[in-house]
Design a protein around this ligand. Structure first.
Ligand code: PEP
Length: 250
């Protein structure tokens, strides 16, 4: 079993100051009771990174808490109005950055090539990229899942990628549906194989997360897959109790 298992909370575009600090405080308090081999990564919107960082800091270095962001630019600074660079995130105490989420691929037209440049920028800034890949329902029904995942692994990762890969079937996100567990197991071993052939290193340490409608009720079954590196949680991460219950199953 890869250790520690990551439980990443993607808050998306949710949370004003009060709600975000309340949520982060409640997670930090509950995190003290978690087993040693679990690490929580809180990914608030950019505007709440500094305040959540303060709460994580106050919890102390022994707390299994890290700060993550939801995107970064491909360059470290420059004339890019409205963008945020990986260096800026790192400077703020951010350790992880989610890249290539399906919502950014769809709503912002992010391509594998662009995501790869963001991965390079994140790595150069010392951040750990969490790269999201996954097939749509249409691609799944057409039997193209393997091809789609292979293309995304090929295009969006760097040759010496040592971040985190998140398998998020687009149809599972926010839908309440999770792939059947035997199918998920097969997809994970497919991804391990794709990483082996894609990356130009002998020693590959890339945890693979599952994301898409992970709830406290589903979590024990999902975590029963031994090779799973953790989960990426959307809606259920907006409530401290449910996020912590998911982490308890890790
Ligand atoms: C996500 O969007 O990354 C996600 C996993 O969302 P949810 O858990 O709400 O399906």
């Amino acid at each position: 079993i890869p250790s520690p298992r990551l439980v990443v909370g993607n808050w998306k575009m949710h949370g004003l100051r009060e709600q975000s600090t309340r949520l982060a405080r409640a997670v930090a308090e509950g995190a003290q009771a978690l087993p040693d081999d679990v690490r929580l990564v809180l990914c608030p919107p950019f505007t709440q990174l500094a305040s959540v960082h303060g709460i994580i800091n106050a919890a102390g270095p022994a707390a299994p808490l890290c700060l993550g962001a939801q995107d970064c630019h491909t360059t470290s600074s420059g004339p890019h109005t409205g963008d945020i660079s990986a260096d800026m995130l790192s400077d703020l105490g951010v350790q992880y950055v989610i890249l290539g989420h399906s919502e950014r691929r769809q709503a912002h037209g992010e391509t594998d090539a662009l995501i790869r440049r963001k991965v390079e920028a994140a790595e150069a800034a010392g951040l750990i990229p969490v790269v999201c890949i996954g097939e749509t329902m249409e691609e799944r029904l057409e039997g193209r899942t393997t091809t789609v995942l292979a293309t995304q692994v090929e295009g969006s990762l760097t040759d010496d990628f040592s971040g985190v890969l998140a398998y998020e079937p687009v149809w599972a996100i926010g839908s309440g549906s999770v792939p059947p567990i035997d199918e998920l197991e097969r997809t994970l071993s497919l991804l391990h194989g794709l990483l082996q052939s894609r990356l130009k290193m002998d020693d590959i340490h890339v945890p693979i997360l599952y994301g898409g409608s992970v709830t406290p009720a589903q979590a024990p079954t999902i975590f029963s897959i031994g090779s799973l590196g953790g989960v990426l949680v959307g809606s259920a991460s907006l409530e401290a109790k449910s996020f912590l219950r998911i982490a308890e199953s890790a």
